[in-house]
Design a protein. Structure first.
Length: 262
């Protein structure tokens, strides 16, 4: 079994090297630059790494259109560059365990199971813009992705939101706390929980925040909403929630607020 894993790893590396020596389609480069807002502020090393990660991500995932949608290169590149940007500070190829990305033309309906306070479990159909499953697919609305990456909804990013859930799932405990090393874990919980409770209070009072009110529904959604703000509105997040920005900066090993200054 170990020999089989070793052979697969060798073949995977060989295949990736072969992919990256082939010329990049200029249309892909144009899309990467236009759909990745901070691309021009990245260092040349970061730009090269991002482009290579996008190419590998697209090649190694299964892409499937739903409800008759035909998946195009524009869809693959637009989604991949958002996911790879948020993982740019991590070592290795991002989201290697993810196998499939499913894309709907617009809002889709999914089953939601909820236990009521009196104990009854109810299953309802709920409209969704995206969802992520542990060791399963990421599901996205293309209309939502396109609007958010072309400036119609500049403060939101459903790709980052759903891929944040994948990061949350890496330690097999879906609780809003991703897999942390020992240097970060001590500070994470008190800062994270204080910021979460602050958003809950602001939401109850109807106060507008850099963090979407949806983050107040649970700590799971709070991590995803915070990650959206970290990449989409970094300066405002740093001003309003400096400690939260700090732990996200340490976790993602990136400083998006500095991209804007550059």
């Amino acid at each position: 079994m170990a020999r089989g894993i070793c052979v697969f790893g060798w073949y995977q590396q060989w295949r990736r090297k072969r992919l990256l020596v082939t010329p990049l389609d200029p249309a892909w480069m144009d899309m990467i630059q236009s759909r990745c807002k901070p691309f021009g502020s990245l260092s040349s090393e970061q730009q090269t790494r991002l482009v290579n990660d996008v190419r590998i991500f697209i090649a190694e995932k299964h892409w499937e259109g739903c409800n008759g949608l035909v998946v195009t290169d524009e869809m693959r590149v637009t989604i991949a560059v958002q996911a790879c940007l948020m993982a740019l500070g991590f070592p290795g190829v991002p989201f290697e365990r993810l196998l499939s990305v499913l894309i709907y033309p617009d809002t889709f309906v999914a089953k939601a199971t909820r236990q009521q306070p009196w104990g009854v479990v109810q299953e309802n159909d709920e409209p969704r813009l995206g969802e992520a499953w542990y060791q399963g697919p990421v599901v996205l609305s293309w209309k939502e992705v396109l609007e958010q990456t072309t400036g119609v909804q500049p403060a939101r990013n459903v790709v980052i939101h759903e891929f944040s859930h994948l990061l949350d799932m890496q330690n097999r405990e879906v609780d809003g706390i991703p897999d942390l090393d020992h240097t970060h874990s001590a500070n994470w919980v008190p800062i994270f929980e204080e910021a979460y409770e602050r958003l809950v209070r602001q939401a109850r009072l109807g106060r507008v925040s850099v963090l979407d009110d949806y983050g107040a529904t649970s700590k799971i959604e709070f991590f995803a909403v915070s990650s959206e703000a970290f990449f989409e509105q970094p300066q405002r997040l740093r001003d309003e929630f400096p400690s939260l920005y700090g732990i996200l900066n340490e976790y993602y090993r990136q400083d998006p607020a500095a991209w804007i200054l550059r």
